[in-house]
Ligand binder design. Structure first.
Ligand code: PGA
Length: 251
């Protein structure tokens, strides 16, 4: 059966010292209150090694927020999937809408990144989602379908079984505007059906599909109560241990 997951995405926040402090706080809270879901911290690259050392591996997983679309070589400033893996991180967030919008990440590039992540034993947390104009034009189903098809549908069923999806409507990210539980369920069910059509019901049912976009302690419970919402990818509210725990405690 699929896992429920609450993953934090710290984005470009926190110095190394602040990140380690936050990881320690989250870990302490979870030691005292055993989570009913997999918890993941998505930290900046330079934090990864220390965050991995700071948390108890059985309580908290660690994710990078990106990796390169090449394995190694003359790509100044890039961080490869093998490098991420060597820090002890187990996950990598790929295709976040900020990466797509500000750094030109296309479905074709994300296909390469996904292959490298999987080849190096990392679990991709693969983000999809439409912008406001696409939602208003009723194109959101087509947009997420295309993102999945172009970046992921070359994978075998076995490979796809290692991918976590995160549906994040871009209009809900950092805006305080959340998709309603009904909107989330509707599109999560559509995504799962899309996976079933390609890989069969078993793979579709085993895939964790997270919701992201202004998820907070006050709305997590009703979002996660939906049958096809298997947790959340959390930006702003993952930067305070108490808030993040309030979301984890929704399970
Ligand atoms: P937010 O970000 O929770 O701050 O809206 C979510 C994300 O971008 O993953």
């Amino acid at each position: 059966m699929r896992q429920n997951i609450v993953a934090g995405n710290w984005k470009m926040n926190n110095t190394l010292e602040e990140g380690v402090t936050l990881a320690k706080e989250v870990n302490e809270i979870l030691k005292a209150n055993k989570p009913n879901c997999q918890v993941v911290l998505g930290a900046p690259f330079i934090h990864l090694t220390e965050v991995v050392k700071t948390v108890d591996a059985e309580l908290v997983g660690v994710a990078a927020q990106n990796c390169a679309d090449k394995a190694s070589g003359a790509y100044t400033g890039e961080i490869s999937a093998p490098m991420v893996k060597s820090t002890g991180a187990q996950y990598v967030i790929l295709g976040h809408s900020e990466r797509r919008a500000y750094y030109g990440e296309t479905n074709a590039i994300l296909k390469e990144k996904t292959d490298l992540a999987l080849a190096n034993g990392l679990t991709p947390i693969f983000c999809i989602g439409e912008v406001l104009e696409e939602r208003e034009a009723g194109k959101h189903f087509d947009v997420v379908k295309e993102q999945i098809e172009e970046a992921l549908f070359h994978l075998s069923a076995e490979e796809f079984g290692k991918v976590v999806l995160a549906y994040e409507p871009v209009w809900a990210i950092g805006t305080g505007k959340t998709a309603s539980p009904e909107q989330a369920q509707e599109i999560h069910a559509f995504i799962r059906q899309t996976l079933a059509n390609k890989y069969g019901a078993e793979v579709a049912n085993d895939t964790s599909i997270l919701y992201g976009g202004s998820c907070k302690p006050s709305n997590a419970k009703e979002l996660f109560a939906n049958p096809d919402v298997d947790g959340g990818l959390i930006g702003g509210a993952s930067l305070k241990a108490e808030d993040f725990h309030g979301i984890i405690a929704a399970f």
